[in-house]
Design a protein around this ligand. Structure first.
Ligand code: AMP
Length: 156
């Protein structure tokens, strides 16, 4: 099997994200490659919350504007990265953007010619589903391999 060269890690910044990123670091170590962690702030969806039955709002986020949500998410992202133990030869890059998570993750993976997307099997949306809705969309439409990390139910 060829080594992965570009790994994109999608995190919703719930507590489960650590399990997802840790697995990505493990894979990066074996493939001697860097990882790019991305979080998408779902501000657009908050406006349409009443129309989207799959949307699970984070109540502490409601009422905040997009700029505030991006700032909070960047802080959470730094906290997440600080907890990681990464070999020196692996670089961890990260970004927080806004939009619809599945759309942005798929767009980035094409744009950056990613060959592996690592995501959680479940995040904010439904543990009762076989796969969360974002994970499902990534799995169906990704232009590359997808590793869905089986996250344990701890942040719900
Ligand atoms: P979900 O489909 O919402 O249950 O989430 C499953 C996985 O999709 C999460 O564990 C993340 O890997 C990814 N994901 C969900 N929401 C986001 C987001 N806002 N930004 C980046 N990745 C996300």
């Amino acid at each position: 099997m060829n080594a992965y060269k570009q790994i994109l890690v999608a995190v919703d910044l719930t507590e489960d994200s650590f399990q997802v990123v840790r697995k990505a670091v493990e894979v990066a170590g074996k493939n001697r490659t860097d990882i790019f962690i991305v979080h998408v702030v779902e501000f657009v969806y908050q406006v349409n919350v009443a129309y989207d039955p799959m949307f699970y709002p984070v109540f502490e986020d409601l009422g905040k504007n997009e700029e505030e949500l991006i700032k909070i998410s960047k802080e959470k992202m730094l906290g997440l990265i600080a907890k990681l133990e990464v070999e020196e030869n692996i670089q961890v890059k990260s970004d927080v953007i806004s939009g619809i998570p599945k759309t942005e993750i798929l767009r980035l993976s094409e744009e950056q010619q990613v060959d592996l997307i690592v995501c959680g099997s479940h995040g904010r949306s439904g543990f009762e589903l076989l796969l969360g809705s974002t994970a499902n969309a990534i799995l169906h439409h990704a232009p590359c391999d997808v590793l869905a990390v089986r996250t344990k139910k701890q942040s719900k």
